[in-house]
Design a protein around this ligand. Structure first.
Ligand code: 8ID
Ligand code: ZN
Length: 371
C-alpha cells in the first residue's frame, strides 16, 4: 500500500449517513475467531436487546490502531474476548438506547467509541480520574466487541461526544491515538520551550503527538524511519527528524538537536522494543521517559545508579479518561491538530494489518465501515 498522504478531503463536517437512524436486522462486522487471526468481514445479526446503560452506535468510521493488531496477533500478556470484533477508534451516531442510557446520550448524538468502553465510576481510581486503571474497566475491541462493525453496542456513560465542527473521519483517530498522546504529554510535565523526543513520530500515535506537542509550545525531535514519515513529521512541525535506521549515533544526534543536554522528555510512541533501548541514555538529567508504545515481552532496562544520579523519571501512560477525550477532541475541532489519514473500506482490514506490521503506514488508516 502506498504510504498515507495527508487527507484534507472532508468538505462538510456532517456525513449524510449521520441522519439515517433506522436499524437493520443484519450488518457487517470484521471478526477473528482465534489468536493470530485471520480476520474476515461477515454479515451477522445486529444486537436487538440493549442492557441497562447500553447504547447502540451506528459506526461510520473507525481508525485502525496498532493495538488492534497486537490483539489479533495475541502478543500481549492479556487474554481478549473470542471471537472478537476489534476496533476502538469508532465515530458514529447513537441509534438506540437501553434503559438508563438516556442520562448520558440521546438518539442522533455524534459519539466516539474509545478504548475504555466502561469503568465503574465509583472506585478509588475512577473517583480520582484514573478510569483506565479501574479494576472493572472494559476495553472496546478487546474485552468487548469494538468499532469494526456497522452497529456497535457500547456503554453510554463512556461514549465521547464529538463536536459538530469535527468530521467523523477526522475524529476517529483522536479517540485512541489522540487521547493517548495528549495524556502522555501531560505526564511528561513539560513547560513551553522544552524539548521532547517522540520515537514513532510517523505512526498513528506519533504524528498526533508531534502536533499536540507543537500546540503546547514544546520543541519536537521526531524519531522514525523513511522519507514519508520524515516529510509528515516535518510538515507537522517537528524541529528535527532522526531516522533510527540510518543514523550512525542516535543518542549523540538527539543530544545535539537539543542543545547538547538531551530532551527533557521522551514520549515513546513506537510499537517496537528497540525504541525503548536508548531513551534513558538520551533524555537529559531530571528528564522523563513516558512509556506509551506496547511491544509485547519488552523490559525497560534502567541502571539504578544512573537513574538516581541523573534523577530520571519513568512513567507508564495508558490512554486517558473521559475528560482527556473531551479535551483532545476539542483541540482537534479547533484545528490545532489534524489527523493525517487515508480512508479504506472495512473489507481492506487484513491488508491494513499486513502493511502496519511491516511499518508501511505513515499517519493513520481510517476505515469506512460501510465499504
Ligand atoms: O495507552 C497506551 N499506552 C496506548 C494506546 C494506543 C496504542 C498504546 N498504544 C500502543 C500500540 O499498541 C503500539 O504498540 O502504541 C504503539 C503505537 O501504536 P500506533 O501509533 O497505532 O502504531 P503505528 O501507527 O504502527 O506506529 C508505530 C511507529 O513506530 C515506529 C514505526 O516506524 C511506526 O511509524 N517505530 C518502530 I516499530 N520502531 C521504532 C524505533 N526504534 C520506531 N520509531 C522510532 N524508533
Ligand atoms: Zn489504540
Amino acid at each position: 500500500m502506498a504510504p498515507t498522504a495527508s487527507n484534507t478531503t472532508s468538505s462538510s463536517a456532517i456525513d449524510p449517513r449521520e441522519k439515517k437512524l433506522d436499524v437493520p436486522g443484519q450488518h457487517k462486522a470484521a471478526i477473528f475467531d482465534k489468536k493470530g487471526g485471520p480476520v474476515s468481514v461477515r454479515t451477522v445479526p445486529v444486537a436487538r436487546e440493549l442492557k441497562h446503560g447500553e447504547a447502540l452506535v451506528r459506526v461510520i468510521y473507525s481508525g485502525v490502531c496498532h493495538t488492534d493488531l497486537h490483539a489479533m496477533l495475541g502478543d500481549w500478556p492479556l487474554d481478549n474476548k473470542l471471537p472478537l470484533v476489534g476496533g476502538h477508534e469508532g465515530a458514529g451516531v447513537v441509534v438506540a438506547l437501553g434503559e438508563g442510557a438516556e442520562e448520558f446520550v440521546k438518539i442522533g448524538d455524534r459519539v466516539g467509541i474509545k478504548w475504555i468502553a466502561d469503568s465503574c465510576l465509583k472506585c478509588d481510581f475512577c473517583r480520582r480520574g484514573f478510569e483506565p486503571n479501574c479494576p472493572e474497566a472494559q476495553c472496546s475491541g478487546f474485552t468487548v466487541d469494538g468499532s469494526f462493525q456497522q452497529y456497535a453496542v457500547s456503554y453510554a456513560r463512556h461514549l465521547s461526544p464529538i463536536p459538530d465542527s469535527l468530521p467523523l473521519d477526522q475524529a476517529a483517530p483522536i479517540l485512541c491515538a489522540g487521547v493517548t498522546v495528549y495524556k502522555a504529554l501531560k505526564e511528561a510535565q513539560l513547560t513551553p520551550g522544552q524539548f521532547v523526543a517522540i520515537p514513532g513520530a510517523g505512526g498513528g500515535l506519533g504524528h498526533l503527538a508531534v502536533q499536540y506537542a507543537v500546540a503546547a509550545g514544546y520543541r519536537v525531535i521526531a524519531i522514525d524511519t523513511g522519507n514519508d514519515k520524515r516529510a509528515l513529521a516535518e510538515k507537522l512541525g517537528a524541529e528535527t527528524f532522526i531516522d533510527f535506521k540510518t543514523t550512525k549515533n542516535l543518542v549523540e544526534e538527539i543530544k545535539q538537536a537539543s542543545g547538547g543536554l538531551g530532551p527533557h522528555a521522551a514520549v515513546v510512541a513506537a510499537s517496537g522494543a528497540a525504541a525503548y533501548e536508548q531513551a534513558l541514555d538520551y533524555i537529559r538529567s531530571r528528564g522523563t521517559l513516558v512509556a506509551v508504545g506496547l511491544p509485547g515481552g519488552t523490559d525497560i532496562k534502567a541502571n539504578v545508579f544512573f537513574t538516581v544520579f541523573r534523577s530520571l523519571r519513568i512513567v507508564g501512560s495508558y490512554v486517558g479518561n473521559r475528560q482527556d477525550a473531551v479535551e483532545a477532541l476539542d483541540i482537534a475541532a479547533r484545528g490545532k491538530v489534524r489527523t493525517s489519514f487515508k480512508t479504506l473500506g472495512l473489507s481492506e482490514l487484513p491488508k491494513v494489518y499486513e502493511d502496519m506490521n511491516s511499518g508501511k503506514i505513515a499517519g493513520r488508516i481510517v476505515l469506512d465501515i460501510d465499504k
